[in-house]
Design a binder for this molecule. Sequence first.
Ligand code: MN
Length: 287
Amino acid sequence: MSYNDGRVGHLTEDRVIPVPGAPTMRQVIEDWDQARPGRGEGSGLAVSDVRLRVPIPDPSKIIAAPVNYRDHQAEMSTDSQVGALGFFLKAPSSLLDPGATVQLPYHDRRFDQEGELALVIGRTARHVSEQDALDYVFGYTGLLDITMRGGEDRSTRKSFDTFTPMGPVLVTADEFGDPEAVELHCWVNGELRQKANTRDLIWGVAQLTAYASSVTTLHPGDVITTGTPAGVGPLQAGDTVRLTLSGLGTDLAVQVAADHAVASPTSGHHSGPVPPPAPPQAPAARG
Ligand code: MN
């Protein structure tokens, strides 16, 4: 995990044990095979006393699967899915720390939560096979692909600052378990919106990673997020979003605000794939 000013520690129970030498997460990942860091010394810090940071703050790219679950394809009423679309990119500057606040930029557009399993690349990968792909994965973490609905390009709709909460921890592949059998739950204000298992991915983790490496060189620290299942829905200021993944141990939670929202300068409001209708809201939930 990354904490405070971005230093790296091992999370053990409720303590954070600093990695000696204060490397960045990217350095830890790049050196893992040669110089796997020791478990550190001393009793460390209570996790409740540190500020959680996004596990890898500076990936060279965030590769994201569009429609990669059949039930999400159905709810979006679209003929297209990952096998036809390939991947899209999210700006790394959209990353957000666990526990921080998503800022919605416009007051006249719909923004949805998308809970996803993400992986972080451990070794440079180019044209790797599906059979070998998981050997290039350093670890796994949670990711919220916050999305503006509409007809603008995906890379715009999903790249606003704060639109990629990630974490709270990065679990190494050897400890995570089978990435193709991960239970995913995503709540908004305590209401369960998304429940899925990564076995239902159209392109699984290995296939998606192999495909990505056939397009572009994957560098240590790069992030690939696997796509979201059915249950996307609109977010409003005051909401809390929470994502759990089996194998991760801790939840990714963020708040939502719209502190400086303005009118959208682009006109994709009434084009693009049509999302499912908003779920009924509890009237008392809005201030
Ligand atoms: Mn997504």
